[in-house]
Design a protein around this ligand. Sequence first.
Ligand code: 8DG
Ligand code: MN
Ligand code: MN
Length: 362
Amino acid sequence: QKVKEESVEFLIPSYACQRRTSLDNHNTNFTDALSHLAENAELNNEDGRAVAFRRAAAVLKALPVKVTSITQLRGLPCLGEHSQRVIKDVIENGVSSEVESTIHSERFKALKLLTGIFGVGAKTADRWFKEGIQNLTQLANSGHDLNRAQQAGLEHYYDLNQPVTKAEAEAIGDIVKKAVLDVLPGSEIILTGGFRRGKITGHDVDFLITHPDEGKEVGLVSKVVSWLTARGLLLYQKNTRNSYLESEDGPAQPPSNMDRFERCFSIFKLEKKEIPNRNWRAVRVDLVVSPISQFAFAVLGWTGSKLFERELRRWAGQVKSMSLSSHALYDNKQCKYLRATSEEEIFTHLGLEFIPPSERNA
Ligand code: 8DG
Ligand code: MN
Ligand code: MN
C-alpha cells in the first residue's frame, strides 16, 4: 500500500504498530478533522466508528508528506468511505462541513465541557445533557450528588484543563522519586505516557514504578500515597490494589484494556511560586507499580499512544494468535507465556520491527 509523491512511493503498512509515527505531523488539517469525528463518536458511545476515524487519522499522521490531492490516497490502508469524504471536503473547501457542524453543535460542546471534568465519562455527561445540563453552573445547581472524583474534578476544573508542561512533569517526578526511594530504597521510577513519547505537554503525568527484587514492590503505592499525603501534596487520590492473577490455562483477561496493577489516580498539588495568591496548581498524576517480571510489558503498555497500544493488541491477536496485555504476552498456539525483560524483546516475540517511543505517536 503506497502513497505517490511525484515519483516517490511510500509503503504504509496497515497496523499502526508496524509503522513509525513521529510527532512531526504533516497533515494536521486532516487529522484534526478526523480526530474531532472520532471524539464525537466516543462521546456518543460509538466505539467502532471512533476507532475507524482514529485509524484513518493515524495513517495520515504517518505520511512523510502533506497530502494535497485525493489521488495521493490511493492504496492507503484504513481510509474508509466516510474518512475519504471528510479528507476530500478539507482538500476542496479548507474545512469539512460535517466536522464544522459537529463541533459547533450544542450537544458536542456540552458533552466536551462535561467530560472535561475529571471523573465524568461519556455516559454520565450524556445523561446530564439529556436533563438540560450544558455547563458547570447548571451542573452545580442541579442538585446532583457528585462522587469524590467528580467533586475534585469540578473544584480543579480550570487547572486540570491546562496543559501540563514537561518541566512540571519533571518537577513532580523529582518529588515522587524522593517519596518512592524514601519508602522503598532501590526502587526504580520512569516517566511513561505522552512525555516518554517526546510530547512537550500532556493532560497528566504518568509514572511507572518497580523494584529489582520481585515482591518488594507489593503495597508500594499506598506507602507512596501516605508519604505524599503527609506532606499535603495530594488534592485527591484513589488507590487500587493489584488484582492480576496468572491462571494455569491462559492469561487472566482484564475487562477492556484496564490492567490490574497497583495504582493511584491522583490530583497533585504542585508548588508554583509564580502563580499569584495561591502558589500552586493542580495536576493529574497516575502512579502505577509493576513487579519487575512484568515491567517490560508495563512500560510498553503505559507508553501509548492509546491507538498504538490498541493496534499492538490487535496485531498480537489477529496476526500472531497471541494475547498481549500490560502484564504479559501469551502465545495461544504454544500455550505458554513469552517472557521479556525489554520492550525490544516483546517486539521480537510479536514479529515486529522495534518502534522507539518517539515513533509511537499514532
Ligand atoms: P496525554 O496524557 O499527554 O494526554 O497522553 P497519554 O499520556 O498518551 O495518555 P494517557 O491517557 O495518560 O495514557 C497513557 C497510556 O496509559 C496510554 O497508552 C494508555 C495507558 N493506560 C491508561 N489507563 C490504562 C489502564 O488502565 N491500563 C493500561 N494497560 N494502560 C492504561 O491511561
Ligand atoms: Mn498521560
Ligand atoms: Mn494517564
